[in-house]
Design a protein around this ligand. Structure first.
Ligand code: ADQ
Length: 518
């Protein structure tokens, strides 16, 4: 059966699938970010519910609605504490309560040291191959451990008297599986790591690397986007922690427990983007966007990224600078809109990046722009996915120029929104998406002249080639629901394989693991 002939699973399929693989079982999802926030409304004492933007939380929402269960997350909304009961629980979604959101609270030190500190100034840069941007501080690590333990305690509390499946998300919670397993060795734990895992040569910089790996190996299943991240992780597990790795089975055994490590590339809700790109007054919105940003009768390019050094924004702007310098025939014929929503602004590297990007955009516009034509537009705003879908559809090409990226959902969102098959996706070879997609134009963000040439070629690409490439892209795009299905199938296999295997005595190459470091 081809990917075209098989119906793409939708949000309505995830509940039944979970029920089929795990009949009658409860699910606890754990993530740093929460799926719903409570905020103060207009009137005195009014509380409103908001869904923070985020592909993953919106994709897990249909699952939780179908399965019920509990979602444990940081209560980050300003009125969150007012909305919960005495056990920090609130039923969600508000219009049709189906699952329990269990909030835990972070104080300023937690946010600064656990979230902005160890998670975002150590794990994020090290996993994105930027050891020079790491900031190693004992207080960050200490607080990361403490907050991870509190997430574990909330899970243990919610699991009291039952044996739910526990699904953890991402790099903020690397130690939580270990802390859960310590108290509840009977629970089945699975984890998805959304960012890359770096090669051993880079990860060995991590002073607490052994503990981080041991924390993750307490899972029964650990998912990454790509096999190369799986291999890097297993290599680190073997060389840093001394875990026993079975390279054939892709498992690692540590402290008598075996964890299966699998590549499961994430995707998006393809139909939701396709539908949004055509919704209601989409045609009118497209005309408005093109009138505002594209030169009359000309070409419009788009980029959508969080303002993050991993996304390669200065490199992209440098390439666009070369486009306008080398190809003057494009003056007044081509404009580029970069949506770059500021994130983690309390961290200096991010603040510096914002200033650098603003300066570079200003310089390009100053050098090449005129009264009637602006080459670059920088939009530093968060846009709802429906508006992004229309912007994608309005654009003739999309440039994703990451220097390192676990997957990159924007690349897939562009393809899903370009239902008319008349766009070109330029995609960095350093984004995970470049490994799974076919039909994009691959760029190397470190080679600005070639990058510029490829943008120029994309502008002139014949319609037939665009269509042929878009069709190949569409055939390889996957779906968030297929990702979930694959994840659950691996999880079911891991459970069927029975209780944790007992491996040989562990040898440590560096520091002792979490258990010994208590
Ligand atoms: P991110 O680093 O956040 O995700 P990405 O995969 O591109 O990177 O996802 C960003 C999401 O935010 C997209 O859904 C995008 O539409 C949205 N977004 C970006 N700018 C926005 C804006 N201005 N307004 C509104 N929404 C905006 C991490 C990893 C990735 C991995 C994902 C999922 O770093 O590599 O693909 O998790 O696993």
């Amino acid at each position: 059966m081809t990917s075209e002939s098989r119906r793409r699973p939708g949000p309505e399929d995830v509940g039944p699938l979970f029920g089929e693989l795990f009949p009658g079982e409860r699910l606890i999802v754990v993530s740093n970010r929460e799926p719903y926030e409570h905020r103060w409304g207009e009137g005195v004492g009014d509380i409103e519910v908001r869904r923070p933007a985020g592909g993953l939380t919106s994709a897990l929402d249909p699952l939780m609605r179908a399965v019920g269960g509990v979602w444990v997350a940081w209560g980050s909304g300003e009125a969150d504490a007012q909305a919960v009961d005495d056990h920090d629980r609130v039923r969600m979604p508000p219009e049709d309560p189906a699952f329990t959101l269990r909030r835990l609270w972070l104080d300023q030190h937690d946010i600064h040291r656990y979230y902005l500190g160890f998670a975002n100034q150590f794990l994020w840069p090290i996993c994105h191959l930027r050891p020079e941007l790491t900031r190693v501080r004992a207080r960050y690590w200490e607080r990361y451990r403490r907050v991870n333990r509190r997430f574990a305690e909330a899970v243990i509390d919610e699991a009291l008297g039952s044996q739910p499946l526990v699904w953890l998300q991402d790099y903020q919670l690397a130690l939580t599986p270990h802390f859960i397993r310590e108290k509840r060795p009977d629970l089945s734990l699975a984890h998805f790591w959304h960012i890359p895992w770096p090669p051993y040569e880079i990860f060995q910089v991590a002073p607490q690397g052994a503990e981080v790996i041991a924390g993750l190996l307490a899972n029964d299943l650990l998912g990454f986007h790509l096999q190369s991240y799986v291999n890097n992780f297993l290599d680190c597990a073997e060389r840093i922690l001394g875990a026993q790795v079975d390279w054939q089975q892709c498992t690692a055994t540590h402290a008598g427990h075996t964890c299966r490590v699998r590549a499961i590339p994430i995707s998006i809700d393809v139909d939701a983007f396709a539908t949004a790109a055509h919704a209601g007054n989409a045609e009118e919105q497209i005309r408005t966007l093109r009138t505002r940003y594209a030169p009359p009768g000309g070409i419009l390019g788009v980029g959508v990224d969080r303002m993050d050094y991993a996304k390669g924004l200065p490199e992209k702007i440098k390439a666009l600078d070369f486009v306008f310098e080398r190809y003057p025939e494009l003056h007044g014929r081509f404009s580029f809109v970069q949506v770059a929503v500021p994130s983690r602004t309390a961290i200096e590297a991010y603040d510096e990046l914002t200033r650098k990007v603003e300066r570079m955009v200003w310089e390009v516009n100053d050098r090449f722009g005129s009264d009637r034509w602006r080459p670059l537009h920088l939009i530093k705003q968060a846009l709802p996915p429906e508006r992004l879908a229309v912007l994608y559809r309005a654009s003739d090409l999309c440039v994703v120029g990451s220097l390192a990226d676990g997957m990159n959902l924007v690349a897939k969102e562009y393809v899903a929104s370009k239902t008319d098959s008349d766009g070109v996706l330029l995609l960095s070879r350093f984004a995970g998406a470049a490994d799974v997609l076919e039909g994009h134009v691959e760029v190397n963000p470190y080679d600005p002249e070639e990058y510029a040439r490829l943008i120029r070629d994309a502008i002139h690409m014949p319609a037939a080639e665009k269509r042929e490439r878009m069709e190949r892209l569409r055939g390889t795009i996957g779906s968030i629901y297929l990702w979930m299905e694959q994840f659950f199938r691996y999880w079911a296999e891991a459970r069927e394989a029975g209780p944790a295997a007992t491996g040989p005595a562990t040898r440590y190459r560096s520091k002792p693991a979490v258990a010994a470091a208590e």
